[in-house]
Design a protein around this ligand. Structure first.
Ligand code: MOS
Length: 733
C-alpha cells in the first residue's frame, strides 16, 4: 500500500556530515588511551615454507621497545568456532603465531610493541627472520592450470543443460578471468585494545561490532558481556571489515600480557596482504540459443581462490540461475588454495564477478545472433525467480532498460564495430544488466523519548559511511514527527541492542523495521503514562490517542507534547524496545534488486588511450529511504566498477607468490581524472512485501554490471573482445 511520507524517501543531509567535516567524528585511529603502546606487525617475506629462526636481540635493544610477541612467547588462545550463524565468524581461522608454518607473504611472524608508533615500526624493520622456503607457491589462480577442489554444494542444475547445449544451433563457449582485487578502503584496519580489570574494550574499524565482540569472547575465553567493541565512524570497509583479522587478536593479546593499552594501525602494505581481497576467478560460460534468439541453456563453471588459512567461497555463480528466463541451467564451482592472504567478501561478492562473465557472454551471444544486446536481454527478463520457483516481490527491470537506454541514446547506436567516431576517438557503446539479492537479518533496537523533547535511537550496528545514522534518524522523524535535529542516533557499540553486520546491502532493510518497532513501543509507553492518573489524558483509552508532530492528541483535539507529558510526570524518558526478523514473506516471494548500466568508452588509437566517458544507469531497488545517500552509494560503486574494468589488479610474482603492487602508487584505482559523467536514476517502486518502508537496500548493486558493460563497449569500439579483467591498454594493442 502506498503511503505518503514526509522524511522517508526524501533527501536528508547526512546527520553526521558536520562531525566528519569538522574532524569531530571519532575514527578508531583517533582514539588515544592512557599509557598507550603501539603495535607494529612483522610480515613474513616468503609465501610458502617455515619460519626457522627469529633474531630479536637488535630490535629488543632499540629505544622504546617494550616487547616483541612471536610463536615462542604468544599466549595460548582458542580458535573461534567461526560461524556466521553464531556471529563469531573471523576472516582467518588461523590464530596469529600459531606455529612456524608460513602460508602467505605478509603473514605476521611477530608483533613489536613500543612506546611510539615510530619506535615500533623501526624495531619491526630490525627483526631478522630466517626461513626455509618450500617450492610450489601459487600466488594466483590465474598462474595455475588447476581449478582446485569441486564444491558440490555450489552445484545447481535445472532442466537438461548438457542436452540443450548439445543440440542447439547457436552456441557460445568462452572463458573469462578476473584478477584479484584489493578493497582499498581509505581507512586502514586498526585496533586499540584496552583491558580494564577483566573487561576488554576494543576500538576497531569494523563492519560488525557484534560479530567482533562474539569472536573476541570465544578467542579469549570471556563472557560476551565482558567484551565491548566500539566503532563509531568507519572510513569504509567494502567487506574486508566484516570479520575479525589477526592484527586485532595479536593486539588484544599484547595489551593483556603487558597490562597497557595497545594500538595497531596497519600500514597500507599490510592492509593489502593481511586484510582481505577479492579472489581471482576463471569462469567458463556456455550459452546456447535457437536461431530466433531464445536462450536454451546456460552453463556457468567457475573457479575461485581461497587461502590456506581460511576457506572462503565467493558465491560466483549464484545469480546465473535467476537473472534470465532459461529452462536449462547448470552451475558449478571449484576452489583453489593459493599462497596469499585470505580472500574475503568484497563489494557485491561473487555476483559482481559472476555477472561479468555472464553479461559479456550475453553480449557475445547477441552478436552471434545478429541481435541488439539489449533486445536479447529484454526477451529473457524473468517474470518470476526461475531458481526458486517464486514470484519476484517486485521487479521493474524492463523500466530500468527503457529509461537508461532512452537517456543514453541507445537507439542511435550503430552496431558496426568502430563505426562511431568523434574527432580522433572511436566511441564504443555497451550495456549490461545489474543485480543484487535483497536480504534481511534479525535486529534489535531501542528508542528513548526524552523529557527535553529529543529522541534517542540505538542499535548495535554501525555506519560504514553509507548513511546508516541518517536513515535511522529519518525513520524516527517520520514516525514521530519530531525534527531530525532533535534525534540522536547511537550506533557502533556492541553493548547496544544486537544489530546486523553492515554487509550485503542489508543494513537499511534490517535496522529500520526494528527501529520502527521500538519507536511504536516507546509511544505506547508514553500513552500509558499520559492516560494514567494525573496524566495529560488521565482516564482516556490509550487506543484513542493519536500522534502528530511529537505530540499526542485526543479525539477532542487536545494536544500534549512528549516533553509536557514526561515533565508532568517528572519522568526523564520512556523507552521502547524493538526486535524484528525476516518472516514468512520469504516463502511467498523471491527478493532481488535489478538495474542496467549503459557505458560509453572512447578509444583513441593514436595515443592508445581508453577511457570511460559516460555511464547512464537505472536501478530498481524498491524505495530509496534517502535518495541522496543511496545515489552516492551507487555512484561510488560505478567508480569502483571502472577500476575493476580498466585498472585494478593485485599482481603476485609468479616465481614466489609475493604481492608486488602492495601500495597506492602501484595498485591503480580510479581517480578524479578518470571520472566520467555518471547519470544514476533510482526508480521508486516501494517493495512493501519486503518491509513496511519498501526498501530493498542499495549499494553493492551499483558495482554489478559495470565491468561487463565496459568490456562490451570496448569490443564495440575496438573489435577486441577482452575476456580478462582489467582491460589494460596492452591488451588493446
Ligand atoms: Mo559487503 S562485501 O557485504 O561489505
Amino acid at each position: 500500500m502506498e503511503t505518503q511520507t514526509r522524511v522517508i524517501g526524501h533527501r536528508t543531509p547526512r546527520v553526521d556530515g558536520e562531525y566528519k567535516l569538522t574532524g569531530k567524528a571519532d575514527y578508531t585511529v583517533d582514539w588515544q588511551a592512557e599509557a598507550m603502546l603501539y603495535g607494529y606487525p612483522v610480515p613474513a617475506s616468503i609465501a610458502h615454507g617455515n619460519l626457522v629462526a627469529l633474531h630479536l636481540e637488535e630490535a629488543l635493544a632499540m629505544p622504546g621497545v617494550v616487547e616483541i610477541f612471536y610463536d615462542g612467547n604468544f599466549p595460548e588462545l582458542s580458535r573461534s568456532p567461526n560461524s556466521m550463524a553464531h556471529q563469531d565468524q573471523v576472516s582467518e581461522v588461523r590464530l596469529p603465531f600459531e606455529d612456524s608454518r608460513i602460508h602467505y607473504a605478509g603473514q605476521y611472524v611477530a608483533l613489536v610493541v613500543a612506546e611510539s608508533f615510530e619506535q615500533a615500526r623501526a624495531a619491526a624493520q630490525a627483526v631478522r627472520a630466517e626461513y626455509r622456503q618450500d617450492a610450489g607457491a601459487i600466488g594466483s589462480l590465474l598462474d595455475s592450470e588447476a581449478d582446485g577442489q569441486p564444491l558440490e554444494a555450489k552445484r545447481q542444475v535445472r532442466g537438461d543443460a548438457d542436452g540443450a547445449f548439445e543440440q542447439a544451433p547457436v552456441k557460445l563457449d568462452q572463458t573469462y578471468s578476473i584478477a584479484a582485487e584489493s578493497h582499498m578502503q581509505m581507512e586502514p584496519h586498526a585496533t586499540l585494545a584496552e583491558w580494564r580489570d577483566n573487561r576488554l574494550i576494543v576500538h576497531e574499524s569494523t563492519q560488525g561490532v557484534i560479530y567482533q565482540q562474539k569472536a573476541m569472547a570465544r578467542v579469549f575465553g570471556l563472557a560476551e558481556e565482558d567484551v565491548e567493541v566500539i566503532s563509531h565512524y568507519i572510513g569504509s570497509g567494502f567487506g574486508n571489515k566484516l570479520f575479525m583479522w589477526p592484527h586485532a587478536v595479536a593486539t588484544v593479546a599484547a595489551a593483556r600480557e603487558l597490562g597497557r593499552p595497545v594500538k595497531t594501525v596497519l600500514p597500507r602494505q599490510q592492509d593489502m596482504t593481511c586484510g582481505g581481497n577479492r579472489p581471482a576467478s576463471r569462469q567458463r560460460l556456455r550459452l546456447a540459443a535457437d536461431e530466433q534468439g531464445k536462450l536454451l541453456s546456460i552453463h556457468h563453471d567457475s573457479a575461485t581462490e581461497t587461502s590456506l588459512v581460511h576457506t572462503f567461497v565467493d558465491a560466483i555463480g549464484s545469480v546465473s540461475p535467476s537473472l534470465y528466463a532459461c529452462d536449462n541451467v547448470a552451475i558449478s564451482q571449484h576452489l583453489l588454495e593459493v599462497n596469499h592472504g585470505t580472500p574475503c567478501p568484497m563489494r557485491g561478492p561473487g555476483e559482481t564477478s559472476g555477472i561479468f562473465a555472464l553479461e559479456c557472454a550475453m553480449d557475445e551471444l547477441a552478436i552471434a545472433l545478429n541481435m541488439d544486446p539489449l533486445e536479447l536481454r529484454r526477451r529473457h527478463d524473468s517474470r518470476d525467480d526461475p531458481a526458486k520457483g517464486l514470484p519476484w516481490s517486485s521487479k521493474h527491470l524492463d523500466a530500468c532498460y527503457d529509461s537508461a537506454a532512452r537517456r543514453f541514446g541507445w537507439a542511435r547506436r550503430d552496431p558496426v564495430v568502430g563505426s562511431m567516431t568523434e574527432g580522433d576517438e572511436i566511441l564504443g557503446w555497451g550495456m549490461a544488466t545489474s543485480s543484487w539479492f535483497a536480504g534481511r537479518q534479525p535486529c534489535a533496537a531501542r528508542v528513548e523519548l526524552r523529557a527535553d523533547g529529543s529522541i534517542m535511537a540505538a542499535c548495535g550496528t554501525q555506519d560504514i559511511g553509507t548513511g546508516t545514522y541518517t536513515v535511522i534518524a529519518q525513520t524516527v522523524a517520520e514516525l514521530t514527527g519530531v525534527a531530525i535535529e532533535h534525534i540522536e542516533v547511537r550506533l557502533g557499540e556492541s553493548s547496544l541492542p544486537a544489530g546486523p553486520l553492515s554487509g550485503g546491502s542489508m543494513a537499511t532493510a534490517t535496522t529500520l523495521p526494528a527501529v520502527a518497532k521500538a519507536v511504536r513501543a516507546a509511544i505506547d509507553e508514553l500513552k500509558e503514562v499520559a492516560t494514567a492518573e494525573n496524566g495529560a489524558f488521565a482516564g482516556a483509552d490509550p487506543e484513542t490517542l493519536t500522534l502528530e508532530d511529537g505530540a499526542l492528541l485526543d479525539e477532542q483535539g487536545k494536544r500534549a507534547s512528549f516533553s509536557e507529558i514526561l515533565t508532568d510526570h517528572k519522568l526523564g524518558s520512556v523507552n521502547g524496545d524493538g526486535d524484528t526478523a525476516p518472516g514468512d514473506e520469504r516463502k511467498q516471494y523471491s527478493f532481488r534488486s535489478f538495474g542496467a548500466h549503459f557505458v560509453e568508452v572512447r578509444w583513441d588509437p593514436g595515443i592508445s588511450r581508453i577511457r570511460v566517458a559516460r555511464v547512464v544507469s537505472s536501478f530498481d531497488i524498491g524505495r530509496a529511504i534517502n535518495p541522496a545517500t543511496a545515489r552516492n552509494q551507487v555512484e561510488g560503486s560505478i567508480v569502483m566498477g571502472i577500476g575493476m574494468g580498466l585498472l585494478e589488479k593485485l599482481e603476485y610474482d609468479p616465481r614466489d607468490a609475493r604481492l608486488i603492487n602492495n601500495n597506492y602508487s602501484d595498485y591503480i584505482v580510479t581517480c578524479h581524472a578518470d571520472m566520467p559523467e555518471i547519470d544514476v536514476e533510482l526508480l521508486d517502486n516501494p517493495d512493501y512485501a519486503f518491509n513496511e518502508f519498501g526498501a530493498r537496500g542499495v549499494g553493492e548493486i551499483g558495482l554489478t554490471g559495470v565491468a561487463p558493460a565496459i568490456a562490451n563497449a570496448v569490443h564495440h569500439a575496438t573489435g577486441k573482445r577482452i575476456r580478462d579483467l582489467p582491460i589494460t591498454i596492452d591488451k588493446l594493442l
